[in-house]
Design a protein around this ligand. Structure first.
Ligand SMILES: [Zn+2]
Length: 195
C-alpha cells in the first residue's frame, strides 16, 4: 500500500495507479483501484481476494472488509474516525475466517458495535447490535447518573415516559437538576371539557 501523500501527488500529476501494492494498472475513474481490483472488491469484499477463496461470497465479507479498511487504510473515507483515532483491528481478525468464527449471532439489519467506543475491534469489545442499541453508544451520547444508575439520556426518557427532547431541554436548556428533570410530571393543560 503506497502512502496517501504519494497517491495525492500522483493524482495531482495525472498519474492514476491502482492502490494495490505491485499493481501498475491505471485506476477506474473516481476510485483508487484498477478495474480488476475494483471488481474484486465489490464481488468479494476485498480487492485482494481471489474467487477461489472459500468464503469469497459470504454475506458478511463486505462488513468485515469495511471494518478492516476504515482501521487500516488511510484512503478510506472513514479513516479519520477510526484508524486515524488509533482504533485498530486485532491481529486475529485480519483473517476473515477468524472473524466469522468469533462473531456468531448476526441477523439482518445488525451492525458491528464496539462496547468501549474508544477500544479496538477485538472479540471482547465487539458485538452485533441493532441500530437503536448502537445509536446509544456513539460519542454524542449524553450519559445521566441517577440513583446510582448510569444510562443514556434516551433510556432515562423511556423509563420516565418523557420525550427525549423534553428531558434534554429540561436539563441542558432550563438547567434543572437531574433529580427534578426525571421526576417532575409533564405539565398538563386544563381541558376545555372540565372548564
Ligand atoms: Zn489493481
Amino acid at each position: 500500500m503506497r502512502s496517501v501523500k504519494m497517491m495525492r501527488a500522483n493524482l495531482r500529476n495525472g498519474v492514476r495507479q491502482c492502490s494495490i501494492e505491485g499493481c501498475v494498472k491505471p485506476t477506474r475513474p473516481y476510485t483508487l483501484l484498477c478495474s480488476m481490483h475494483y471488481l474484486r472488491k465489490w464481488r468479494h469484499g476485498s480487492p485482494r481476494v481471489r474467487k477461489t477463496s472459500e468464503n469469497y461470497n459470504h454475506p458478511l465479507r463486505p462488513r468485515w472488509w469495511a471494518m478492516v479498511e476504515r482501521c487500516t487504510k488511510p484512503y478510506s473515507p472513514s479513516w479519520r474516525n477510526y484508524g486515524g483515532r488509533g482504533i485498530k483491528v486485532c491481529k486475529r481478525w485480519l483473517k476473515f475466517e477468524n472473524f466469522l468464527r468469533d462473531m456468531v449471532g448476526f441477523a439482518p439489519g445488525m451492525s458491528l458495535d464496539r462496547v468501549d467506543n474508544c477500544g479496538d475491534y477485538r472479540p471482547e469489545n465487539v458485538r452485533w447490535a441493532t441500530r437503536s442499541q448502537q445509536a446509544s453508544n456513539t460519542r454524542k451520547t449524553r450519559w445521566i447518573t441517577h440513583n446510582g444508575q448510569r444510562l443514556p439520556l434516551r433510556e432515562w426518557a423511556k423509563i420516565c415516559g418523557i420525550q427525549g427532547k423534553t428531558l434534554w431541554s429540561r436539563i441542558y436548556q432550563c438547567g434543572w437538576s437531574v433529580e427534578r428533570a426525571l421526576t417532575e410530571p409533564l405539565r398538563t393543560w386544563p381541558s376545555k371539557v372540565s372548564a
